[in-house]
Design a protein around this ligand. Structure first.
Ligand code: ADP
Ligand code: ASP
Ligand code: MG
Length: 458
């Protein structure tokens, strides 16, 4: 069995879905479990619907709901043009999903209150719609396909908008549901991103979470491989939207891929690697617009060579500087500081300390007001905004002779605020001003990849 996950651009419209179905059709002998995202930009549209409803903006809510319905009805009609009976069923299914969403959005709009629970229900509709339409289209093309409701097998805790998977529950539910759905079928299709808690209430895994769904399913069915189909020819040395002359990577390790994703490379959801590692399932990142390409293989560490693989970055982060003379010679100070971050569920990326100071970086999206207030009770806290975090990633780079010199050589005129060498030997990270980011990553990338020097492990 293999898992094939198709992201938003791979299911964006008639042409993309036709290509995607062709790709799936070529792999039926490998028993694919197909996992799909919402159509490109649809999850953003659903967020806008929930915001408009929460603000009691009736006109906008209605307009956006109509746009959503129209896009999916049109797509179903286009894909099922030749099959009038199936077309009618698909359109009525799409309308039924949209009717339910309309009712909820209108109810939210009437009171102007949006709970996380209702927001999760609203934003789940993208995957429900896309998977429904694609299932009909696959059947119309002669691929007998069954639709599985991911909410019945993917279980998370109660964090409605960023549910943490309950792995034991998922692993016990998924294989049976998939085996049952597969009976007499050529393929099964389910939704990425969406799940439910133990009470059966709807949750989602957080933005970009479909990759994570795919690897959790891969783990559960002991898949031979997990394929992540997207809009680039695999993982590259940096984000090609920002950096020029990036290079294609034929293979990288689980650890390198996890670090790249955690440190900003949006090509994979940061938690995707974790389930795959447990059963050593290779992940392939492939381009649905160029299916004959080899893509990038993400494999176990021993199969990968040492050396620099990527320059990743997070564009908008904050540095929180915490000063206290009490830190000197006081055990327990660090514990207290990090308890505050943990109790407020703020996740920290980089940490550096000196005798009376701790600096940490956090994503700009994290809500830090409570953390700052609580820390200020016993320390002086200064928050630096508009910073970016840059990470050089590659197996054993921290052990390579001259690596630090090579990393910082191109940054002669740049202020560097924090430096951290990952304890895992794969990551050197530092902080710069946000306005300098593009130049810094381009210079650094050129320097590291355009004239590779032989480096020796010491
Ligand atoms: P999908 O909708 O298929 O999940 P995403 O937009 O989430 O696609 O991820 C693919 C995008 O990730 C690419 O279009 C690319 O711009 C971006 N990206 C960021 N870093 C990298 C990288 N190192 N290698 C390849 N793509 C990257
Ligand atoms: N549709 C969801 C999102 O846009 C999940 C995903 O695409 O991975 O975040
Ligand atoms: Mg994605």
């Amino acid at each position: 069995m293999i898992v094939m996950k198709f992201g938003g651009t791979s299911v964006a419209n008639f042409e993309a879905i036709t290509r995607t179905i062709f790709i799936i059709g070529g792999k039926l002998d490998q028993k694919p479990v197909v996992v799909v995202s919402a159509l490109s930009k649809v999850t953003d549209l659903l967020y806008r619907i929930s915001d408009a409803a929460a603000l009691k903006d009736k006109t906008l809510t209605r307009e956006l709901l109509a746009e959503l319905r129209q896009r999916h009805v049109n797509l179903a009609c286009q894909l099922l043009e030749q099959n009038p009976v199936q077309k009618e069923s698909a359109v009525s299914r799409v309308n039924a999903i949209c009717d339910e969403l309309d009712a909820l959005a209108n109810a939210v709009c009437a009171v102007g209150e949006l709970s996380d629970r209702n927001k999760a229900i609203i934003i789940s509709n993208g995957e429900l719609l896309s998977s429904t339409i694609i299932c009909f289209a696959m059947n119309a093309k002669g691929i007998r396909t069954n639709w599985i409701d991911a909410r019945k097998m993917m279980v998370t805790n109660d964090a409605y908008l960023k549910g943490e998977p309950v792995e034991s529950e998922i692993v016990s539910r998924v294989p049976g549901m998939i085996a049952e759905a597969y009976e007499g079928m050529d393929a099964v299709i389910t939704q990425g991103f969406i799940a439910s808690n133990m009470k059966g209430e709807q949750t989602v895994l957080g933005r970009g979470g479909s990759d994570y769904s795919a690897s959790l399913i891969g783990l559960s069915v002991d898949a031979e491989r997990i394929e992540i189909w997207t809009d680039v020819d695999g993982v590259r040395t940096a984000d090609p939207r920002v950096v020029q002359n990036t290079k294609y990577l034929e293979k990288i390790s689980f650890e390198e891929a996890a670090e790249m994703a955690h440190f900003g490379a949006k090509v994979l959801h940061p938690l995707t690697i974790e389930p795959a590692v447990k059963k050593n399932i290779p992940i392939y990142v492939l381009n649905s617009m160029n299916p004959s390409g080899k893509g990038t293989a993400i494999l176990r560490n021993e199969l990968i060579e040492d050396g620099v693989k990527s320059v990743s970055f997070k564009e908008n982060i904050r540095v929180i500087n915490i000063f206290s003379m009490r830190m000197i010679n006081t055990s327990g100070f660090l514990r207290r500081v990090f308890e505050i971050f943990s109790e407020n569920r703020v996740s920290v990326d980089l940490i550096s300390t000196s005798e009376a100071n701790i600096s940490v970086t956090v994503d700009a999206g994290e809500k830090i007001e409570n953390v700052v207030r609580e820390l200020s009770e016993f320390a002086e806290v200064i928050v630096d905004e508009d910073k970016s975090q840059v990470s050089v990633i590659g197996k054993n780079i921290v052990r390579l002779n001259g690596m630090l010199k090579r990393t910082f050589a191109p940054l002669k005129r740049t202020n560097v605020y924090m430096i951290s060498q990952g304890a895992s030997f794969v990551n050197i990270s530092f902080v710069v001003d946000r306005e300098e980011l593009t130049e810094v990553v381009q210079d650094l990338h050129d320097h590291l990849f355009d004239n590779p020097e032989e480096l020796e492990t010491f």
